[in-house]
Write a protein that binds this ligand. Structure first.
Ligand SMILES: NC(=O)c1ccc[n+]([C@@H]2O[C@H](COP(=O)([O-])OP(=O)(O)OC[C@H]3O[C@@H](n4cnc5c(N)ncnc54)[C@H](OP(=O)(O)O)[C@@H]3O)[C@@H](O)[C@H]2O)c1
Length: 297
């Protein structure tokens, strides 16, 4: 039995869809039944599922709001996941947790390795980093996947925002001096399930424990991402807006974003044999889905 948390989110939704398609035995839980701010719901979902593996896709993900909503961010990213990790540790089962490129300040100037020191620039990144450290200090069978710029046809994300904004405005201004890698939620779900398959096939191995970087292959900027979204949308008959490049300084946000948060995925390939698809390849299908009337929000 696999327990998936955060089923209403982008990653949780993609995981549940794939597990259902495989005919897997799983339970996918979400708020209000599973809420990191209500410890008893975490314990009862775990007890009801009696899982052999937990995949935590639940998190507090509102980066800017976290600056003024620190207790909720801490519960969603640190103390809540830690409570879940403790339950996994007591049951001696693997715990797959998801973290973020925002644990880094983005000043390295090259793709980050898992061994690089963290230096978050805001509350969201700091709570995710604290969660990583607490889980690794607690759980002998913890796998933490750091991802970035997650998008899908389900839920709130940059791709949906661009498609919606482009319907209303002829010109969009998008930041062109932040580098990173978009990650399709479906690709991340596939990587997680490949890891789960590997654990089932080999049994737990010591090298599985720890942090792994898991983003789409390649790199771009938010401006490059937006341009590609509209290129693919135009192929579906969407009328694209003009996308103008701007500097981060022209788009101030409460939390400073890392200027270059590229993550090196080599360890994921070496240990699990998993290489994430190039971000540009995955985009096309998601944009196609986003343009379907049922996904227009
Ligand atoms: N989105 C990105 O660009 C991005 C980038 C880097 C890393 N990540 C990480 O990737 C993972 C998956 O992100 P995502 O994009 O799928 O996020 P998402 O779409 O925002 O979904 C987050 C999920 O967590 C749930 N949640 C929020 N607070 C909770 C709480 N206190 N207790 C229980 N559930 C709670 C949400 O429930 P509701 O629907 O009820 O709010 C939702 O199901 C997260 O660990 C995130 O930090 C995401």
């Amino acid at each position: 039995m696999i327990l998936v948390t955060g089923a209403s989110g982008q990653l949780g939704h993609a995981l549940a869809k794939r597990l259902a398609a495989r005919g897997a035995t799983f339970t996918a839980v979400q708020r209000p039944d599973f809420d990191f701010e209500k410890a008893e719901t975490v314990a009862s979902c775990f007890e009801n599922a009696k899982p052999s593996l937990v995949i935590n896709a639940a998190a507090y993900t509102a980066v800017d709001k976290a600056e003024t909503d620190q207790e909720a961010a801490k519960a969603g990213n640190h103390t809540g996941p830690l409570a879940l990790a403790k339950l996994c540790e007591a049951a001696d089962i693997p715990f797959i947790h998801v973290s973020t490129d925002y644990v880094f300040d983005g000043d390295k100037g090259a793709p980050y390795l898992e061994s690089d020191p963290t230096s978050p620039t805001g509350v969201y990144g700091a709570t995710k980093r604290d969660g990583e450290e607490a889980i690794l200090a607690t759980n002998a069978k913890a796998i933490i996947l750091r991802t970035a710029w997650v998008y899908s046809a389900h839920g709130k994300n940059f791709a949906r925002t661009m498609i919606n904004a482009g319907r209303k405005m002829p010109i969009l201004r998008v930041v062109a001096d932040q580098r990173g890698t978009p990650t399709a939620a479906g690709d991340l779900a596939d990587a997680i399930l490949a890891i789960a398959d590997k654990i089932s096939a080999t049994g737990w191995r010591p090298e599985y424990r720890g942090i792994f970087h898991a983003t789409g292959g390649g790199e771009t900027t938010w401006h490059g991402f937006a341009t590609a979204i509209f290129e693919d949308a135009a192929k579906q008959g969407y009328q694209p807006p003009e996308v103008q490049p701007i500097a981060t300084a022209d788009w101030p946000t409460p939390t400073r974003r890392p200027p270059d948060s590229r993550l090196d995925g080599g360890k994921l390939t070496k240990v699990f044999g998993v290489t994430m698809p190039a971000w540009r390849q995955s985009l096309h299908d998601v944009v196609k889905d986003l343009l379907k009337p049922e996904n227009t929000a």
